[in-house]
Design a protein around this ligand. Structure first.
Ligand SMILES: [Zn+2]
Ligand SMILES: [Zn+2]
Length: 443
């Protein structure tokens, strides 16, 4: 008799042999048989890691933290954008993007591998499901209204970008979520599950919406609703294929969501129950250096000479003055420039040419740059709560993306996004390093 030795192959592969990625089944299990069913709620649970030695734990913790921060950074940029436009902030327990952001922020210093994996998984799917809805709504808005509006309002406050530019920003965010480093093992059934959960939130929205008035002055609501309610329109056909349950959302709700991005008038920064950067803020915003009241006249004169010299050197090198300073000075010196409202912007920013040709003027992006370089440079944890600090840099990142010149190509949008994510990472890591750890590695 021919006896064959059978070997259980699975027992030969060491557990957790590969570093963690989203939905990698070495690390995560979905606790339900059918996550696509709206009646079941799948929980994404990390697998048992008690047998991992300390060195392995240390290695894997770093990998998980890196992926967590990427997903969290995208989530924060989406959060400040959505707050700005006043669109739905979904706090649904278990599936809402804002719910998972709030969970992660409560214990951002944790060293628990399991907790970090749980947040990363849920944040990822909440982000991924959510971003497709908003891209659809923005596409609908941009189809009816298009204009270029990089920059600031007349009173110097930040202005939200028009739908067509926001569309590019969200596509860049989606590209990060689609990158193989994060999503090589993405579970499409879970995407569907999170999408259906948000569809239910939107269907529910109609009950609280009040009477829908279709006759607006510009005809946007009338036109948008007729496109959405027509199942044969290319918009309905496209998004019904991408988003599970899209056709179930009332046309009025999709119209209202799209209208949020319809910024006929530029919108101001969102009202919050706290000031996200009160700890680092200019009291006044003078138009140029001649109006600086806090410095003596002699100092203003020598500063002006210095600025003109730098502009002349920038011209010789074929750079804008902001770009020149970025190449010439370290972050500590750039904080000083930003504090003095001198331009430290890249030449891709809407302000670059204006600040270059008028060296004495206050850079309109100085407040944003001050927050950014203050975050990169400082060695201490910073004033305010963690939420205030992280919101300040997330808002700066979104403002940087919003202020890009519209003629920049998509690679510049992607670069600016990765810069915004790096700054958010600095803030998160500093908090994790300096603040007391909440739990030890592992469980
Ligand atoms: Zn500038
Ligand atoms: Zn600028």
């Amino acid at each position: 008799m021919d006896l064959k030795l059978t070997v259980d192959q699975s027992s030969m592969v060491p557990r957790n042999a590969h570093p963690y990625t989203i939905s990698s089944d070495e690390w995560v299990e979905v606790n339900t048989m059918n996550p696509a069913s709206p009646l079941l709620s799948p929980s994404l649970e990390p697998k048992d890691i008690r047998y991992l030695g300390e060195d392995d734990l240390r290695f894997h913790l770093e990998v998980v933290v890196r992926i967590f921060i990427k997903v969290y950074a995208i989530a924060k940029i989406l959060q400040v954008a959505f707050m700005g436009y006043g669109t739905e902030l979904d706090m649904t327990v278990g599936t809402g993007l804002m719910y998972w952001i709030a969970c992660a922020q409560q214990k951002i210093r944790t060293r628990s591998l399991c907790l970090l994996i749980k947040w990363t998984e849920n944040l990822y799917y909440a982000c991924y499901a959510r971003i497709t809805f908003d891209i659809a709504a923005i596409e609908l808005c941009a189809a009816f209204w298009s204009e270029d509006r990089a920059g600031l309002m007349h009173d110097g406050t930040f202005c939200l970008p028009e739908a067509s530019h926001l569309y590019r920003i969200l596509l860049a965010c989606k590209d990060v979520l689609d990158s193989p480093e994060l999503s090589a093992n993405r579970d499409e059934a879970l995407v569907t599950y999170f999408q259906q959960a948000y569809v239910r939130v939107l269907i529910d929205m109609q009950k609280h919406m009040g009477k829908f008035v279709a006759n607006d002055i510009l005809g946007f609501r009338r036109n948008a609703r007729s496109v959405v309610s027509n199942p044969e329109s290319s918009f309905s056909q496209k998004w019904s294929q991408i988003i599970s349950g899209f056709s179930e959302i009332p046309a009025e709700v999709v119209t209202i969501l799209a209208e949020k991005f319809f910024t006929v008038y530029a919108k101001d920064e969102p009202a919050r129950d706290y000031e996200p950067f009160s700890f680092i803020k200019f009291d006044k915003n003078p138009k140029d250096i001649e109006e600086y009241e806090e410095y003596p006249k002699e100092w203003v004169e020598s500063e002006l000479i210095q600025r003109n010299r730098e502009t002349a050197r920038a011209c010789l090198e074929g750079l804008t003055v902001g770009e020149f300073r970025r190449g010439e000075f370290n972050p500590a010196e750039l904080v000083r420039y930003a504090r003095l409202r001198a331009c430290v912007c890249k030449d891709t920013c809407f302000c670059a040419q204006g600040c270059h040709s008028e060296p004495e003027r206050s850079c309109p992006c100085a407040q944003r740059q001050l927050r950014t370089y203050h975050c990169i440079e400082r060695k201490y944890i910073g004033r305010g709560t963690y939420q205030e600090r992280i919101d300040a840099v997330a808002l700066s990142g979104f403002q940087g993306l919003s202020g890009l010149k519209r003629e920049n190509d998509d690679s510049i949008v992607a670069l600016e996004l990765s810069w915004a994510m790096e700054v958010i990472e600095v803030e998160v890591r500093r908090d994790r390093t300096i603040g007391p750890a909440l739990e030890f590695m592992g469980l």
